[in-house]
Design a protein around this ligand. Structure first.
Ligand SMILES: Nc1ncnc2c1ncn2[C@@H]1O[C@H](COP(=O)(O)OP(=O)(O)OP(=O)(O)O)[C@@H](O)[C@H]1O
Ligand SMILES: [Mg+2]
Length: 356
């Protein structure tokens, strides 16, 4: 398997990859590499190519590699993040009807950490701003990409046999609950002063929930992105509706599809922006699912799954905020996430689902 580190990427190597990927006459004569993104587990580069021989070949590519940091690399192997992202591009992307970057090359050995992806450069589309949030138009466009991920794998039993997708088991659910409970104290100590009282309360009460967010896979499931939020979307607002493309497939799993919808709208919209538009956006998502061939999934059930999904951001916020290195920007981000997800659950009365 041919897996270079970023330092070992050469013009010849890029030439070979592009030739294998359908540009047999291309020759890369040289390139400029620029580091992009702020990867926790990965590191990304933009390659501006000096290439001849095939005008249809890309002028630039994005390369994604493991992080340089040993602890991050270990996490990426343990949680199979590297395996998942390569697996998505290699084995699943072709089934999807959602906009994703074209993949020119994807390689990994075992669960990594060494791996490489060469992706279509989505510029001039720009990364969304998680902290600022987005407009209802962008939110609608982002949510309406999701039926293209969920419908093609809707209740597909064969997903359960793809080992690296890691669907929830009794063991992972208990582990999730234990991690949440263990980090709740330190989380509240640091963040409670920045939260409204009812926000801190609902975050604390979730630890003992008999329902979401610590639940086994239900009857309705599909591939889910898991980390579907503005940071992981490239958005071109010159188009109408805005053109949204999803990247960062490292967290991919099998789960309730509405988890992606609720996580996105909860994290990406300020509550005042979300309230007047969310029902209409979820209805449009449901209509698109039906149009894509999903049968027997009633609107009432979709809405309840959406409410259930409001808790998906809780675990991420409580556990990640305590476990990653503390920075001022990080704290600001986690405060915003905690407040938005908590308010989302409270607005929808979703805490009544804690009774199980
Ligand atoms: N195909 C692409 N075209 C243009 N920009 C991209 C592309 N892929 C990634 N990027 C840019 O790089 C950023 C980081 O990419 P990505 O989210 O895949 O990795 P990361 O978040 O840095 O690492 P990790 O996934 O480990 O957290 C993106 O938010 C985006 O701004
Ligand atoms: Mg990312």
């Amino acid at each position: 398997m041919d897996i270079p580190t970023p330092e070992r990427v050469s013009a010849d190597w890029l030439t070979e990859r592009l030739r294998e990927a359908g540009h047999p006459a291309v020759e890369v004569r040289g390139f400029d590499a620029t580091r992009i993104g702020t990867g926790q587990l990965g590191s990304c580069y933009r390659y501006a190519l000096d290439r001849v021989g095939d005008e249809s070949a890309p002028k630039s590519l994005i390369g994604k590699f493991p992080s340089d940091d040993p602890a991050s690399r270990q996490t990426g192997v343990m949680l199979r993040n590297y395996r998942k992202e390569v697996g998505f591009y290699r084995d699943l992307q072709a089934r999807m009807r959602m906009r994703t970057p074209r993949c020119y090359y994807a390689a990994i050995e075992g669960d990594g950490p060494e791996h490489v992806l060469l992706l279509e450069d989505l510029a001039p589309a720009e990364q969304g701003d998680q902290l600022a949030g987005c407009s209802p138009e962008v939110a609608r466009a982002a949510v309406l990409q999701l039926p293209g991920l969920h419908a093609p794998t809707w209740c597909d039993e064969s997903l359960k046999e793809i080992d690296w997708l890691g669907h929830p088991t009794e063991q992972t659910i208990q582990l999730g609950r234990a991690l949440y409970s263990a980090n709740l104290g330190p989380f509240l100590e640091r963040f409670a002063p920045r939260l409204e009282k009812d926000e801190a309360d609902v975050i604390a009460r979730a630890a003992d929930s008999q329902g979401p967010p610590f639940e086994p896979l239900g009857e309705v499931f599909s591939i889910v992105h898991v980390d579907y939020r503005l940071d992981n979307l490239l958005i071109d607002e010159r188009e109408d509706p805005p053109r949204v493309t999803a990247v960062d497939w490292q967290s991919l799993t099998v789960g309730n599809p509405l988890a992606d919808v609720a996580y996105f709208l909860g994290a990406g919209l300020q509550p005042e922006v979300r309230r007047p538009v969310e029902r209409e956006i979820v209805e449009a998502y449901h209509a698109a699912l039906c149009e894509a061939g999903v049968r027997g999934y009633a609107w009432e059930r979709c809405w309840e799954d959406y409410r259930r999904g409001t808790f998906n951001g809780f675990a991420v916020t409580v556990v990640a905020s305590v476990m990653v290195q503390q920075t001022e920007r990080g704290d600001e981000m986690f405060t915003a996430m905690a407040r938005r997800h908590a308010r989302h659950a409270l607005d929808l009365g979703a805490d009544e689902l804690f009774a199980g």
